[in-house]
Design a protein around this ligand. Structure first.
Ligand SMILES: C[S@@+](CC[C@H](N)C(=O)[O-])C[C@H]1O[C@@H](n2cnc3c(N)ncnc32)[C@H](O)[C@@H]1O
Length: 307
């Protein structure tokens, strides 16, 4: 592609994905959940299982949910390697928008705590063929967390109107050049169908030639596409509602978000009646964590107790 270095070397585990996700705000989240041994907890976003493992190690009985089958395989392997007793944890594939049904199907009718650690995992970002990262220009433009269902980003980008593209880039990507970019993508796809990450990178490069700003634009465009493809904001709203119904009185909700769109939803949700807000201001990673794990830099943890 010429514009960005093509990284075709796959960082693989035996399952085909890198397994290098460092859990964000782990200590703070686990402390906030105040795990009582023998009580039931839900990790709504298992990922590589870092938070799940910590909950089980503290004696919590865990139901873990993720819509990414590969993540569950990696996390399962991890908890087995750590020799955690199988009666203390169960992982199930599903979208957390259905958290209530998923929990009830596993006899988690009332729980003491629920954790959401939102967004993508490093495994997803670092696996070229998932299409989550603009670094891998020869990758298919996919961006689905659940690869078994729904439209890929390529299908979406080739189908929607220019106005819808603008909405995705401006509302979900919070990108100021959304109009120009939407028009450019619309024009490009009428010449040739957009199929790869590189096709989008090429369009962005034509609108934003300067390298120093381009990477920021690309991050925001990919954030927008990811949120649209996975319908992330409405899943979050539904997941939080379901979580509230599942928590027993005194049960704890902890949510880690990574951008302002998610955080706004969480903040407003916890300000509603029926919650005792624990974090008036969100908990942020310390300097050391931010240094070690760049991905943690935008993280915010909010915690509330169900009344
Ligand atoms: C930031 S990672 C979680 C990392 C995990 N806490 C750990 O310690 O490894 C987010 C995970 O949530 C999953 N996810 C995001 N949205 C989801 C949804 N609506 N339903 C189910 N899983 C979702 C992603 O597939 C990803 O594996």
């Amino acid at each position: 592609m010429g514009y960005l270095k093509v990284e075709s070397v796959r960082r693989q585990t035996r399952y085909g994905m890198s397994d290098t996700h460092i859990p964000v705000l782990q200590e703070e989240a686990i402390t906030a959940l105040a795990i009582v041994p023998g009580k039931k907890y839900i990790d709504a976003t298992v990922g590589a299982g870092g938070h799940s493992l910590a909950i089980v190690k503290k004696g919590g009985v865990l139901l873990g949910i993720d819509q990414d089958q590969e993540a569950l395989r990696i996390a399962t392997h991890r908890l087995e390697q750590e020799q955690q007793k199988s009666e203390n944890w169960t992982f199930t594939k599903g979208n957390f928008r259905n958290i209530e049904a998923l929990a009830k199907a596993h006899r988690f009718d009332q729980v003491s705590g629920i954790l959401f650690d939102l967004g993508v995992s490093s495994m997803q970002l670092d696996t070229p063929e998932r299409g989550f990262s603009y670094r891998f220009t020869d990758a298919p433009l996919d961006l689905r967390m659940d690869t078994s269902t729904g439209d890929t980003a390529a299908q979406l980008v080739n189908r929607v109107t220019a106005e819808e593209l603008y909405d995705i880039f401006s509302t979900y990507g919070e990108e100021q050049l959304a109009r120009k970019l939407a028009d450019a993508v619309y024009r490009a796809r009428s010449v040739k169908r957009i199929t790869t990450v590189g096709d989008i990178v090429e369009v962005v490069t034509s609108v934003v030639p300067g390298e120093s700003v381009r990477y920021g634009v690309l991050s925001r465009i990919f954030q927008g596409l990811r949120i649209a493809v996975n319908d992330e904001l409405s899943s979050l709203k539904q997941g939080l509602e379901g979580a509230k119904r599942l928590l027993e009185p005194g049960g704890i909700l902890a949510v880690i978000s990574f951008h302002s769109l998610e955080d706004r939803i969480v903040k407003q949700f916890m300000r509603q009646d029926g919650w005792q807000l624990i974090t008036k201001h969100p908990i942020r990673p310390g300097e050391e964590e931010q240094e070690v794990n760049r991905r943690s830099r935008s993280a915010k943890l909010r915690v509330a107790i169900k009344q």
